[in-house]
Design a binder for this molecule. Structure first.
Ligand SMILES: O=C(O)C(=O)[C@@H](O)CO
Ligand code: MG
Length: 256
C-alpha cells in the first residue's frame, strides 16, 4: 500500500511554512515532503517533524538561484563547484530530518550538449556516492517542459537509460504521474515497465495540477495499479489545492 506524503510546498498554503507540519498531521498525514527546506535551520524542521510524529519523505538538493531562474545545477558544467557544495548542504538537512531520499534537479540545459551530459553523469556519481555512504537514495525526475521550459531531464526513457547506464545502486526514478501524463501519457504501462527503478511517486491531476480525481486521468485507478505492483514507498501529494487544502482531501479518504 503506498504511503501518502503531504507536499508542504504546494499544500496547506493557508499556513506559514513551519505551521504546515501541524496542519498536515491534523489532516491525517504521517509523512511530508517539500521542494526545499533551506530557508529554515535544520533543527527547526527536525523539531516540527518530531513534535508532530511525521516522517520526512523527500526534499530536493539546493537548486541554485530559483528566483533568478535556476532549476537545479547537476547538468551545468560551469556550476559544478556549487553543485558539490549543495550536496553537503542537503546532507546536513538529511541528517537532521532522517529523510531516506533526496531529489537532484538537473537544471536547464540540452541533453544534446555533450558537456551537459557529462556534467550530469559526474554529478549523479558524486551525489550517489556521498548519499549512499549515509544510506540515502538519490532520485531523478523527468519534468514536463510546459511547466519548466528547457529542463534537461524531460523524458522518462532518457531517465531510465541513464539509471541503467550509470548502474548506481541508490540512483532511482522519481515517477511524477502528472509529468508522465503530460510528457508521454501511457501512465499505467510506464509504471509497469519502470516499477523496478521507482524510488518515489508523486501525484496531481492533469492538466491543472489540482487534487487527484479532478483531471483527465482516473487517478484512483493509477493508485490501485501502484498497489497491485507492490509499490510500498511514498506518494507525494504534489498538487495545488483548488480551495482550502482540508476541503479537498476527499479523494484521499476515499482511497485509503
Ligand atoms: O515539480 C516537480 O514535480 C517536483 O517534483 C519538484 O521537485 C521540482 O520542481
Ligand atoms: Mg514532482
Amino acid at each position: 500500500m503506498p504511503r501518502f506524503a503531504a507536499n508542504l510546498t504546494m499544500m496547506f498554503g493557508e499556513f506559514d511554512f513551519l505551521d504546515r507540519f501541524a496542519a498536515a498531521k491534523h489532516a491525517g498525514f504521517d509523512a511530508v515532503e517539500y521542494l526545499f527546506p533551506y530557508d529554515y535551520p535544520p533543527e527547526a524542521i527536525a523539531e516540527k517533524l518530531h513534535d508532530h510524529g511525521l516522517t520526512q519523505a523527500l526534499f530536493n538538493l539546493p537548486p541554485g538561484d530559483w528566483a533568478a531562474g535556476d532549476r537545479g545545477l547537476a547538468a551545468l558544467p560551469a556550476r559544478a563547484e556549487e553543485f558539490r557544495a549543495s550536496i553537503d548542504t542537503a546532507l546536513r538537512y538529511a541528517k537532521a530530518t532522517g529523510v531516506g531520499r533526496v531529489h537532484v534537479m538537473s537544471g536547464l540545459a540540452s541533453r544534446q550538449d555533450a558537456a551537459a551530459l557529462d556534467a550530469y553523469r559526474d554529478a549523479l556519481r558524486r551525489v550517489c556516492d556521498a548519499a549512499g555512504a549515509r544510506g540515502l537514495d538519490v532520485l531523478i525526475e523527468p519534468i514536463n517542459t510546459r511547466d519548466m521550459p528547457g529542463y534537461f531531464l524531460d523524458d522518462f526513457g532518457a531517465a531510465a537509460d541513464l539509471i541503467a547506464e550509470l548502474g548506481l545502486a541508490n540512483l532511482k526514478l522519481q515517477f511524477d504521474i502528472y509529468h508522465r501524463q503530460i510528457l508521454h501519457g501511457d501512465v499505467l504501462m510506464g509504471l509497469r515497465e519502470l516499477a523496478s527503478l521507482i524510488g518515489h511517486v508523486q501525484i496531481a491531476a492533469v492538466p491543472d495540477r489540482h487534487e487527484p480525481g479532478t483531471g483527465e486521468l482516473d487517478d484512483m485507478r493509477v493508485l490501485r495499479e501502484l498497489d497491485a505492483l507492490g509499490y510500498d514507498g511514498f506518494v507525494g501529494c504534489e498538487y495545488r489545492p483548488a480551495g482550502r487544502t482540508e476541503d479537498g482531501l476527499g479523494w484521499l479518504r476515499a482511497f485509503a
